[in-house]
Design a protein around this ligand. Structure first.
Ligand code: S3P
Length: 170
C-alpha cells in the first residue's frame, strides 16, 4: 500500500518549501522530483533543458514519478509533468493524497523572479502577463487534486497547519 502525499501546482506555488516543512511535521521523508532528477542525471534542471531539451526532461520526470510511486510515507514535491493527461492520479493510486498549492499570479511572478535562472520555462516570461498565460495549466492541477490550498500571503507554518487540518478531515 502506498500512502504518499504529493504536492502539485505551478512553479513558485511553494511545493518545495512547504513540502520540507510538511514532511518534518508528519515525520515523513521529503522528496523533490527536480532534485532527484539532478542526482540521477548529474545535471541541474536548467542544464538538462539547455543540453537535451524539454522532452528529455519530461521523460526523466515521468521515470522519476514511476520510481517514487513504489515508495511509501513520502511527501513529494512533484514536477509539472504530473497532470491528468499524463495519468497523474493513476500513477500514485487512490491511497495517496494529491494536494494542489496555488497563489495569485502577482505573487508567483514575484517569487519566480527571484530565482529565474533555475526555471527554464520562465526564462522568457518577463512580464506578469507571460506568467498568467503559463498558469493556464493550473486548472488541470486543481482538477486532479484531492484538495487545494491557497499559499498566497501566508506564513509557511500556517500553510502547513492548514494542510495538516485538511488531512485529518479526509
Ligand atoms: C516545471 C517546474 C519546475 C521544474 C522545471 C519545469 C514545470 O519546478 O521542474 O523548470 O513544468 O512546472 P518548480 O515548480 O519547483 O519550479
Amino acid at each position: 500500500m502506498q500512502n504518499n502525499i504529493i504536492l502539485i501546482g505551478f512553479m513558485g506555488s511553494g511545493k518545495s518549501s512547504i513540502g520540507v516543512r510538511l514532511a518534518r511535521r508528519l515525520k515523513r521523508t521529503f522528496v523533490d522530483t527536480d532534485r532527484e532528477i539532478e542526482k540521477v542525471t548529474g545535471m541541474t534542471v536548467a542544464e538538462l533543458f539547455r543540453r537535451h531539451g524539454e522532452v528529455r526532461f519530461r521523460s526523466e520526470e515521468k521515470l522519476m514519478l514511476h520510481k517514487l510511486k513504489n515508495r511509501e510515507n513520502l511527501v513529494i514535491a512533484a514536477g509539472g509533468s504530473l497532470t491528468p493527461e499524463a495519468g497523474g492520479r493513476e500513477i500514485f493510486g487512490e491511497n495517496s493524497i494529491i494536494i494542489c498549492l496555488k497563489a495569485p499570479p502577482e505573487e508567483i511572478f514575484a517569487r519566480v523572479n527571484r530565482k529565474k535562472g533555475s526555471r527554464p520555462l520562465l526564462k522568457k516570461a518577463s512580464t506578469l502577463e507571460d506568467v498568467v498565460k503559463l498558469m493556464e495549466r493550473h486548472k488541470d492541477y486543481e482538477a486532479m487534486a484531492d484538495f487545494t490550498i491557497d499559499t498566497g500571503g501566508k506564513p509557511q507554518e500556517q500553510i502547513v497547519d492548514e494542510i495538516v487540518g485538511r488531512l485529518r478531515m479526509s
